[in-house]
Design a protein. Structure first.
Lengths: 141, 191
């Protein structure tokens, strides 16, 4: 067995997935070849590094830390009040703004002077005292 | 009580029920974070961030996939973001290392059979090198290898988390293993 083939089979060898005769060939090559045995040791070490990292336990107070973090969130929780704040508040704000603009326009129209007297029907014009009687008749002139 | 029942209660305002989900999945999330960060304190902090992010997004969880799959996705994305940010600071860290201002990382991997200080140093150097080899893998290969080795997930589960096919995951794992083998071989030959 050459080094290239041995190194290719090292993963399967470590996992014990090689057929019997191949296992023996890899084993005997590893005993004879220092380069391949060095690589093999490094791969075993890599597995150990991962295994040791897997065994590390998280902080025992992590759950408490997380819950405290959630409590500190602004507007935390999924209470109905939050639904109101998140959805209804902007909708209500927009509706109020539209209403304010509408009433503004209405008020603006009301304060405009009536300039089209000609359009007042004759019947109504008769009731309109100001149109019939001139204030000039009360003056001495 | 199932995950979806707990989630319904949380969404109705029972915030305290979220603790049940945290306690059930904290080690799983922590392991994933550890696979990317290789540092306990960083992994603890990131696990906390992942759960807070999950809580904030809980109303968007549709229940199409399992809660654990959804949580894995958040953990993987958060870890990759953290790693990206860290690699941006790598140049500064290297400058610190050159001028000797960076504290030497404490390695918790000192086996009892290694009494010789020289052997310990060599081993620590190897361990650090192995971590760098894992970190140097492309993001998708790294994600696949972390989920496979650290979380011991099947290719089907990894495919669901990564939103890809089982065949693609198999190919990613093979490429990742090949890349790692080549890096370790190059390192082994130099030693």
């Amino acid at each position: 067995m050459n080094c290239q083939l041995c190194q290719k089979e090292l993963d399967a060898y470590r996992e014990g997935k090689l057929p019997g005769d191949m296992m023996t060939q890899v084993e005997s090559h590893l005993r004879a070849c220092e380069t391949c045995s060095g690589i093999y040791r490094l791969q075993v070490l890599a597995d150990k590094v991962i295994d040791q990292e897997i065994e590390i336990e998280s902080d025992p107070f992590l759950a408490t830390r997380i819950m405290a973090g959630i409590d500190n969130l602004k507007g935390s929780g999924y209470e109905p009040a939050n639904v109101f704040i998140r959805v209804l508040k902007p909708v209500l704000g927009t509706a109020l703004m539209v209403a304010a603009i509408f009433f503004g326009i209405m008020l603006g129209n009301l304060s405009q002077p009536v300039t089209d007297r000609e359009r007042i029907p004759v019947e109504l014009a008769l009731i309109d005292d100001a149109a019939i009687e001139s204030v000039n008749i009360f003056s001495n002139d | 009580m199932t995950d979806s029942e707990i989630i319904k209660l949380i969404l109705k305002g029972d915030k305290e029920k979220f603790r049940m989900l945290v306690e059930q999945y904290q080690q799983m999330v922590f392991r994933t974070c550890m696979g990317f960060l290789h540092n306990k304190d960083d992994a603890d902090d990131l696990t906390q961030e992942v759960f807070i992010q999950a809580y904030q997004s809980l109303s968007r969880f549709k229940g199409e996939a399992a809660f654990s799959t959804w949580l894995y996705r958040i953990a993987v994305n958060a870890s990759l973001n953290k790693v990206r940010k860290s690699s941006k600071n790598l140049i500064l860290q290297r400058i610190d290392a050159i001028f000797g201002t960076e504290k030497t990382k404490e390695l918790p991997f000192l086996p009892s059979d290694m009494k010789n200080p020289e052997s310990i140093l060599i081993r620590q150097e190897h361990v650090e090198w192995i971590r760098r080899a894992l970190e140097s893998l492309p993001e998708n290969q790294r994600t696949a290898i972390v989920l496979s080795k650290y979380d011991d997930l099947s290719q089907k589960e990894i495919a669901e988390i990564m939103n890809t096919t089982e065949g693609a995951v198999e190919a990613l794992l093979q490429r990742a293993k090949k890349n790692l083998r080549e890096k370790l071989s190059a390192h082994g030959k130099n030693k």
